[in-house]
Write a protein that binds this ligand. Structure first.
Ligand code: SAT
Ligand code: MN
Length: 579
């Protein structure tokens, strides 16, 4: 065995007996190991080398066409009590769950190599970081985990020191959707995932560990594991506010975290700490501090171009693993939203025909090291994390939600998060574009009962000396003809500026029944072609629509009784009364 940790050695032994691999490889995370894995995948056709002069060190992987997104209907939280998983999760009894999935794992790695992947979520020397070991038979997963986490020998040493780690067992099986399950055992700090090689289902450090298992651990230990980007917003005077923002999958977290300021706002700078996951702890000074548990980005490709996100566009020109994009005749990656190049091969490897749908899969992804980001924050690896001034909640809402509003206080802010809704996207299988409740953007990721989760959020009023202000934003308002009212992308900095001004106590606001909305004159709109009527529509709080919204939120929250905290109902009643 390649470890001095007895419980890890024993577990690897058990897993090998169950899955019967031909060989076992303990990953060190070294460059040469990575190169060997890539060479072997190229040879088997699991990877395609992209044009080395335009895209040095870039590769394309095509996943099975039935395996292109998270599968929420096959994802379970397996706690001893069903109530602990809550109405927000699929639930299976742990015994039954183990039995079911172990029968799939039986002999599943015959003829394959079993990779043992030790990883650390968060800076390797941070007290807030947590480790895990993923066992997998997919070299694609290994090379992705190497980018997305601190993977290899250093992580193994930390595991041996701490003697605590999350166990993640993964096999791609035969990729048969009928034999696919993603199971979480928070009480055992373990994950078992079978039958998918796709990101959120297979890179177990990400959603499975850093959100579902970590949220459970966080509740027990007094912190929060959230589906949030983390960014620094630096004003021309040099003051930086760190902001954490929760949006559902494929709603622009990566784009906001890597924002390029508009020309009309010279001197403003953005620094990315993280683009997807945020662990929040009360620091020694009583403030909320955030670390990004990840070391890379697994971002949505379509739509990325020099005008939507120049930083991301530049970042993807080298050292990137693309999944499910299309190819040009000279082997460059191609996706919808690029204004140059022509696709000749689609994401499934077929000759591209416009009538057979998009060339790149709508949920095609890039995997790239965070350090490749030109605006990577110098504090992104700081073990103590960054202090958070503001928390943003938001989603895709054609209607109802104004561009931005601020919560009256923490409890109201928790209600705003709990009542979040968004239109579904291609990041999960199922219908796209239907509005569903997605509290704190955690509907697919909270590893326990939302009622308990909101109570935990509320408890931070007692835990912290100083809490961030909470805001709701919506970049996706449309008019009756489905035209977006707000330009989004870089211009979102205009809203962030108002948020920073509020944090500094520099501007007032207009009080509405649902929260504080900006005075029009406090929004920096120079250089934007926004007429008065559009601005009015963006900031409008329509009482009729909101009465319906409040009713719908109330009905949704009722599903979590008896665990629903009274404070949320009180907050909701107060708003209803004002409306
Ligand atoms: O596939 S992931 O879950 O990692 C991406 C997402 O849906 O947020
Ligand atoms: Mn995400």
């Amino acid at each position: 065995m390649n470890t001095s940790n007895a419980s890890l050695a024993r577990w690897i032994d058990e897993v090998a007996q169950l899955t019967k691999p031909d060989s076992i490889h303990w990953c060190t995370g070294s460059d040469s190991e990575n190169e060997q894995l890539i060479a072997q995948m190229l040879e088997r056709g699991d990877l395609i080398k992209l044009n080395p002069s335009t895209h040095p060190n870039c590769y394309l992987h095509r996943s099975h066409p039935s395996d292109v997104a998270r599968v929420e209907h096959l994802t379970y939280v397996c706690t001893s009590s069903r109530e602990d998983a809550g109405p927000n999760n699929n639930w299976m009894a742990p015994d039954e769950a183990h039995r079911k999935i172990d029968s799939m794992f039986e002999g599943a790695m015959r003829g394959r190599t079993m990779y043992v992947v030790p990883y650390c979520m968060g800076p390797i020397d941070s007290p807030y970081s947590r480790c895990g070991v993923q066992v997998t038979d997919s070299p694609y997963v290994v090379i992705n985990m190497r980018v997305m986490t601190r993977m290899g020998t250093e992580a193994l040493r930390r595991i041996e020191r701490e003697n605590q780690f999350v166990k993640g067992l993964h096999s791609i099986g035969d990729l048969n959707p009928e034999r696919r399950l993603i199971l979480h055992f928070p009480e055992e700090l373990s994950i078992k995932s079978f039958g998918s090689g796709y990101g959120g289902n297979a890179l177990l450090g990400k959603k499975c560990h850093a959100l579902r298992i970590a949220s459970w651990q966080a509740r027990q230990e007094g912190w929060l594991a959230e589906h949030m980007l983390i960014m620094g917003v630096q004003s021309p005077e040099g003051r930086t506010h760190y902001i954490a923002a929760a949006f559902p999958s494929a709603c622009g977290k990566t784009n906001l975290a890597m924002l390029v300021p508009p020309d009309s706002m010279p001197g403003w700078k953005i620094w990315t700490v993280g683009d997807d996951i945020c662990w929040l702890h009360v620091g020694p000074d009583g403030e909320l501090r955030a670390i990004n548990p990840e070391a890379g980005y697994f971002g949505v490709v379509p739509g990325t171009n020099p005008s939507t996100n120049r930083n991301a566009f530049e970042m993807l020109r080298s050292d990137t693993i693309f999944t499910n994009v299309a190819l040009t005749a000279d082997n460059q990656p191609w996706w919808e939203g690029l204004d140059e190049g022509t696709p000749v091969v689609d994401w499934q490897g077929r000759p591209y025909r416009a009538e057979s749908g998009p060339a790149a899969h709508p949920n095609s992804r890039f995997t790239v090291a965070a350090r490749r980001n030109p605006i990577y924050s110098s504090l992104a690896d700081a073990p103590e994390g960054v202090p958070i001034s503001a928390i943003l909640f938001g989603g895709r809402r054609r209607e109802v939600a104004p561009l931005v509003y601020e919560a009256f206080n923490w409890q109201h802010g928790v209600l705003i998060g709990a009542g979040m809704a968004s239109e579904t996207t291609a990041a999960a299988t199922g219908q796209v574009g239907v509005v569903r409740r997605d509290p704190m953007a955690m509907k697919p990721f909270c590893g326990y009962n939302f009622g308990d989760y909101w109570r935990h959020w509320l408890s931070f009023e007692q835990r912290a000396k100083k809490l961030p202000r909470i805001f709701h934003v919506n970049w996706f308002r449309q008019d009756a003809s489905r035209r977006y009212l707000w330009p989004g992308f870089g211009d979102n900095l205009r809203v962030l500026r108002w948020i920073c001004d509020r944090c500094d106590g520099r501007v007032g606001a207009q009080e509405t029944p649902i929260g504080y909305v900006p005075h029009k004159q406090d929004l920096e709109l120079t250089g934007l072609n926004l007429d008065g009527a559009t601005l009015d529509a963006l900031l409008n709080v329509d009482a009729d629509a909101w009465r319906k919204e409040i009713e719908a939120i109330g009905a949704y929250l009722d599903e979590f009784k008896p665990r629903l905290p009274n404070e949320l109902q009180d907050q909701l009643r107060a708003i209803a009364a004002k409306l």
